[in-house]
Design a protein around this ligand. Structure first.
Ligand SMILES: Nc1ncnc2c1ncn2[C@@H]1O[C@H](COP(=O)(O)OP(=O)(O)O)[C@@H](O)[C@H]1O
Ligand SMILES: N[C@@H](CCOP(=O)(O)O)C(=O)O
Length: 319
């Protein structure tokens, strides 16, 4: 028996909810924008890991530094705590996501690995316990606990981190007709570094505006007001400080607005940007412009996406 799990790209923060809001996305043309992990019977070897995929060269050379190995360690720790037998596993990571891209690349590997390990062991951990482990792994990589990539990647859709009453995250309704244009320029911005440049404290006016934007956005989503929700997508917490890490971002946002996009922001800690529109022609026009003007090298790409409401999914038993 073996299982392959696909975990999609995600937009941390969605501009308006630093560390507490995230969205999973998948390209409309069916491209797999996410990692896959295969877990198969390891036979007489307790654990082995091999890696493949278009971004395999960007992974740490030592497999013990790969987050998938650490996922195996924490998963088996949890099984041992519960007196559940750990099975020998042979794992393969298909690394399709660029690292340090703002697309939740590490979250893709973490979610695919832990979801696949759990399924291979007949789901001994419930959704919340698994999500808590995913957060632990993301914190190990970025230096602080935030669920805004792993939660949408695992559960799908637009997710709000409530982190109370034993609930980590809950889904918020969003607009099904929105296109999310994702543009990765091909350069690297490490999440830990993009967090380190943020202020430790904020002015009262910024706090008020942040609360107004996030509450207004969530209200717009629940009351079915797309224009209000899109107008609320403004970031006073991270974007003013991170913009300097993203060459051409201000220009790209200006173009997207003139072309008819509803809102544009930094995806996660960047350098990927996202731009929202409800008009496919606008999405294609913005995508073309970003390909020609925001992408900096051959590693960059642009995808027109929809919200991925599935989150991580089983794609079969072989890669
Ligand atoms: N499977 C993996 N996928 C992505 N990054 C990994 C993986 N294993 C280890 N890493 C390391 O974790 C760090 C991820 O960097 P980060 O900026 O947080 O990426 P992202 O924001 O794209 O998730 C890098 O130092 C990378 O070498
Ligand atoms: N809330 C985090 C999100 C980081 O997302 P990533 O895709 O860049 O890892 C932050 O903004 O630091």
């Amino acid at each position: 028996m073996s299982v392959v799990v696909y975990a999609p790209a995600s937009i941390g923060n969605v501009s308006v909810g630093f560390d507490v809001l995230g969205a999973a996305v998948s390209p409309v043309d069916g491209t797999l924008l996410g990692d896959r992990v295969l877990v198969a019977d390891g036979g007489s070897t307790p654990f082995s890991l091999s890696c493949a995929g278009s971004f395999v060269d960007k992974l740490p050379e030592n497999h013990e530094e790969n987050i998938v190995f650490h996922c195996y360690l924490v998963f088996t720790r949890e099984l041992k705590k519960r007196d559940i037998a750990v099975r020998p596993v042979s794992m393969t990571l298909e690394k399709n996501m660029p690292i340090g891209s703002g697309l939740g690349s590490s979250a893709c590997s973490i979610v695919a690995a832990l979801d696949a390990l759990n399924r291979f062991h007949d789901q001994p951990l419930d959704e919340n316990a698994l999500l808590a482990l995913m957060g632990e792994m993301e914190a190990q990589i970025s230096g602080s606990l935030h669920y805004d990539n792993v939660a949408p990647c695992y559960l799908g859709g637009l997710q709000l981190m409530v982190e109370d009453e034993g609930i980590i995250s809950q889904q918020v309704p969003c607009f099904e007709n929105w296109f999310w244009v994702m543009a990765y320029p091909g350069i690297k911005v490490p999440t830990a570094e993009a967090r380190a440049i943020l202020p430790a404290q904020y002015r009262r006016q910024d706090v008020i505006n942040h609360g107004r934007h996030l509450a207004g956005f969530i209200h717009g989503c629940y009351s079915g007001q797309p224009k209000l929700a899109a107008n609320m997508i403004k970031d006073v917490v991270a974007e003013p400080y991170r913009e300097k890490l993203l060459p051409g971002f201000a220009n790209a946002r200006k173009y997207a607005k003139e072309a008819g996009a509803l809102a544009t922001g930094i995806s996660g800690s960047g350098p990927t940007l996202f731009s929202i529109t409800d008009d496919e022609a606008v999405a294609q026009r913005v995508a073309k412009w970003l390909s020609e003007n925001y992408v900096q090298n051959e590693e960059g790409f642009v995808h027109v996406c929809r919200l991925d409401t599935n989150g991580s999914t089983v794609t079969g038993s072989e890669l």
